[in-house]
Design a protein around this ligand. Structure first.
Ligand code: SF4
Ligand code: FES
Length: 278
C-alpha cells in the first residue's frame, strides 16, 4: 500500500523545524511502523537525501527509546502499544499521517523525531536505586517479599521511560513516570531504608526540570503503552506527605503542592514568639 506522510524535519535543536511531505510505497500490512520508516529512509538515501532520524533500540516494546506523535497521539492509535510494536495492518492504503516529535520544553528536539529525554535520567539518578552491602550474593529468599508488594513493584517497573505521558499531558508533567519509578522501589522491603529520601529527592529532581504540574487530566494513563495507572500518582502524593512530615530537610518545593515549614522550624518560631511576648 501507499501512504502520505507529513514529517517534522529539524536539523538540530538550534535550527527551526518544519513539516515535509513524503509518499511511501510498497508498505505491507506485516511491517511495523518503524519498518515502514526504514522503507522511506532507504528511498531517501538512494535519492541522496537525508534520512528521517528516529530513535529505536529493542523494537520489542521494552526499551522505551522509540516514540513520537502520530496524528497528535503519542505512539499512535493503538492502546498499550509502542510505535515499534504498531503494525501497518492498522492503517489502510491512501492514509495521510502526520509524524512529529514529543512536544515538551523538558524534551528538546535533537533532530527530526528524536528528543533529548535526559531529564528522566536525572530524576532516576536522584533516587532510583537501593543501597546494599557488598559481599557475596544473599540467598534469594533471605528477604521475603509479600505477594502484593511484588505485584505492585512489578506493575510499576513496567514503565519503560518513553515519555509519552509527558507528551500527552497538557502541562507536560512527569508525574506518572516519577510515580512509577518511586513506587517500584518504595513497594519492596529492600526499598524501605531509603524510602523517604528517595521520594523527596526524586520529586525535587522532577521540580528542577522544566516539567509542568499535574492537574489530574489523566491523559498520561490513556496513552501510556504499559498501562501505568494513575493510582501510582496518588501513592506518590501520599509518600511525599509522609516523608515531608518524618524528615527535617530544606524546604521542599513540590510544584503545585502547598509548602509546609519543617516541624522543627514551627517549634522554633513558636518558642521565639513566646519569648518575645514574655
Ligand atoms: S509512565 Fe508510561 S508513558 Fe510515562 S514514561 Fe513510563 S511507560 Fe512511558
Ligand atoms: S524500540 Fe524499544 S520500545 Fe520501541
Amino acid at each position: 500500500m501507499k501512504l502520505s506522510l507529513r514529517i517534522w524535519r529539524q536539523k538540530d535543536r538550534n535550527t527551526p523545524g518544519r513539516f515535509v511531505s513524503y509518499e511511501v510505497d510498497g508498505v505491507t500490512p506485516d511491517m511495523s511502523f518503524l519498518e515502514m520508516l526504514d522503507v522511506l529512509n532507504e528511498d531517501l538515501t538512494t535519492r541522496g537525501e537525508e534520512p528521517v532520524a528516529f530513535e529505536h533500540d529493542c523494537r520489542e516494546g521494552i526499551c522505551g527509546s522509540c516514540g513520537f506523535l502520530i496524528d497528535g497521539v503519542p505512539h499512535g492509535p493503538r492502546r498499550h502499544t509502542t510505535v515499534c510494536q504498531l503494525h501497518m495492518r492498522f492503517f489502510k492504503g491512501g492514509d495521510s499521517l502526520t509524524l512529529e516529535p514529543w512536544r515538551a520544553r523538558a524534551f528538546p528536539v535533537v533532530r527530526d523525531l528524536v528528543v533529548d529525554r535526559s531529564a528522566f535520567d536525572r530524576i532516576i539518578q536522584a533516587g532510583g536505586y537501593i543501597s546494599a552491602p557488598t559481599g557475596s550474593a544473599p540467598d534469594a529468599n533471605a528477604i521475603l517479599v509479600p505477594k502484593e508488594a511484588a505485584d505492585t513493584a512489578f506493575d510499576a517497573a513496567a514503565c519503560i521511560g518513553c515519555g509519552a505521558c509527558v507528551a500527552s499531558c497538557p502541562n507536560a508533567a512527569a508525574m506518572l513516570f516519577t510515580a512509577a519509578k518511586v513506587a517500584h522501589l518504595n513497594s519492596l522491603p529492600q526499598g524501605q531504608p531509603e524510602r523517604d529520601e528517595r521520594t523527596l529527592n526524586m520529586v525535587a529532581a522532577m521540580g528542577r526540570e522544566v516539567f509542568g504540574t499535574c492537574s489530574n487530566h489523566g491523559e498520561c494513563e490513556a496513552v501510556c503503552p504499559k498501562g501505568i495507572p494513575l493510582e501510582f500518582i496518588a501513592a506518590l502524593n501520599r509518600d511525599v506527605i509522609r516523608a515531608a512530615f518524618r524528615r527535617r530537610r530544606e524546604p521542599l518545593h513540590v510544584i503545585g503542592a502547598a509548602q509546609h515549614p519543617a516541624h522543627e522550624d514551627v517549634c522554633e518560631s513558636n518558642s521565639a514568639q513566646k519569648e518575645s511576648s514574655t
